[in-house]
Structures are given as structure tokens and as C-alpha cells.
Design a protein around this ligand. Structure first.
Ligand SMILES: [Ca+2]
Ligand SMILES: [Ca+2]
Length: 273
């Protein structure tokens, strides 16, 4: 028994000394990793939240270490059965890279304190899909993805649309590109529906770190139907079944009543079969 206890004590001693020895080195590794992370270019938000084919648009990207970027390029998504991805024919002119302003109520150490602004020209026949884009900076490359939509499916959100009586019409099969332009802004859309439709409403923000969007849906009698704040990320999505023919009101807002720069979104409506 005594010998077994001695063996156990010795093993515990060895394990403790290994842990003590590993402690400082793990700390050093972690500190190193954080330092490396802080100088790695990274994208946290865009304006707008998606791009439309056949348009000229000012594209703003926020993130870490984007100052001094020399190139922004888009990559065509690989089609099913296709080969390697290749450059998408989106014309890019970088206008400026600079420090970004203070994000409202947020720490720039979390959401990034630099930005890039570019003029984009997208051809009419650019296929819709999820495109990767790459920003080349002196500190390395940052990559993200953005949706490109067919020109005839996109409706720009238009103010004022702050209540049921001034709701903006949104037909099924269309997307709305919008933004919560100011604190307490609410964007209300009127969606014509038929009884018995199973609808899914999805909001994809330009940067869920910077906007915490909320969806609230009401029927034509203005009775509550469905709501969502966060789904898989801070971007909301909700599904419901319509009980009668008529308009469904979709209200987009900030869960914290915060709006302004970097509060862009893409609103999508689809019928679930
Ligand atoms: Ca708005
Ligand atoms: Ca509004």
C-alpha cells in the first residue's frame, strides 16, 4: 500500500511540475497569438450588405488593418460541376483607405478601426451568387463573402417607411437593400401574400458585430405574427404561415434603437415549400 501511495504521489508531483512548467509558456503563446491576431487584416462590415448586378455602387468595408490596401478583387463562385474559381468581372477603383470613425456604443478594438472605400461597377449579366472578395494590404490579405443579386430582384429601401401607413411595398421573390440610417429608424415593408403560405423572412446584415437587427411581422389587421432578434448569429430570421389573403407587414429595426453608419442590411423573403 505504502509503495502504491508513493507511486501516486510521485505521479501527482510530476504532473504538477509539468503544469507549472507549461503555464508560462502557454501564456506566452497566447499573448503571441493575440499580437498576431491584432495585425492580421480582417473584415467586420460592409455597406451595402449585398451588391446588385448592373449597378455602380460605393462599397465601404470596415475592419482591422485595412489602411494602405492596394487591391480589392472579387472571385466568381464555382458553379456545380465547375472548375477552379476565377476573377469576377467587377470593376474596382479604390478611392481611399483610412481610420474609421468610432463605432456607436462599440469598441473599435472589437469592430475594427480602419476602412476602405471603393467604386464598383458590376455588369448587367453578372450571375447572382455568393462571391468571395479579397483585400490586399501591406499586413496581408483579408477575405470575406458578399451576395450578388440579379438586377431585377433588388429594391432599394426608401425612407420614409416608418410605420404601417407609409410601408414600402415588397413583392415576393424580391430583396430589399436597406439601412437603419439613424437611431430609432424603423423600416416597414408591406408584402402581399395569399392564405396558407409558409414564409421565411431573413435579414442579412452588412456586419452583425455593428448592427443587432430585429424583425417583427404583423398581418393585415396589424396583429402580431412573428418576431426574431437573433437566430444563428445576431442576424434575425423568422418563419410563419399566413392565415388569410392580405398584406404582411415586415418591420426592420435595431434591437437597441441604434442606427447610422455600418447599419446596412439585405432583407429576403422566400416561400418555404
Ligand atoms: Ca431605413
Ligand atoms: Ca425607416
Amino acid at each position: 500500500m505504502r509503495r502504491r501511495e508513493l507511486v501516486v504521489l510521485t505521479l501527482v508531483g510530476i504532473l504538477l511540475s509539468m503544469r507549472l512548467a507549461a503555464g508560462p509558456s502557454l501564456f506566452v503563446i497566447r499573448t503571441f497569438a493575440q499580437d498576431a491576431k491584432s495585425i492580421t487584416p480582417r473584415i467586420t462590415a460592409t455597406e451595402p450588405a449585398a451588391l446588385a448586378g448592373g449597378s455602380k455602387v460605393i462599397f465601404k468595408v470596415r475592419g482591422f488593418e485595412l489602411k494602405g490596401a492596394t487591391e480589392l478583387r472579387f472571385v466568381r463562385p464555382v458553379e456545380p460541376g465547375g472548375t477552379e474559381p476565377n476573377a469576377a468581372p467587377i470593376r474596382v477603383e479604390i478611392k481611399e483607405t483610412k481610420d474609421a470613425g468610432q463605432a456607436k456604443g462599440l469598441d473599435n478594438k472589437v469592430v475594427g478601426g480602419t476602412q476602405l472605400v471603393a467604386d464598383l461597377t458590376l455588369p448587367d449579366d453578372l450571375p447572382a451568387g455568393l462571391y468571395e472578395y479579397v483585400i490586399v494590404t501591406p499586413a496581408g490579405e483579408a477575405k470575406e463573402k458578399i451576395r450578388v443579386l440579379a438586377p431585377d430582384t433588388v429594391v432599394d429601401e426608401k425612407e420614409s417607411n416608418n410605420g404601417f401607413d407609409e410601408a414600402q411595398e415588397l413583392m415576393q421573390g424580391k430583396f430589399s437593400l436597406g439601412s437603419i440610417q439613424s437611431d430609432k429608424d424603423v423600416d416597414v415593408f408591406a408584402l402581399p401574400t395569399r392564405a396558407g403560405q409558409h414564409l421565411k423572412i431573413t435579414l442579412i446584415s452588412g456586419g452583425p458585430l455593428l448592427i443587432d437587427a430585429q424583425l417583427d411581422c404583423y398581418d393585415s389587421r396589424r396583429q402580431f405574427l412573428a418576431a426574431c432578434d437573433d437566430e444563428k448569429s445576431r442576424d434575425p430570421a423568422t418563419t410563419f404561415k399566413t392565415l388569410a389573403d392580405g398584406v404582411v407587414y415586415i418591420c426592420v429595426s435595431s434591437a437597441h434603437d441604434i442606427g447610422g453608419e455600418w447599419h446596412s442590411y439585405l432583407l429576403a423573403v422566400e416561400e418555404v415549400k
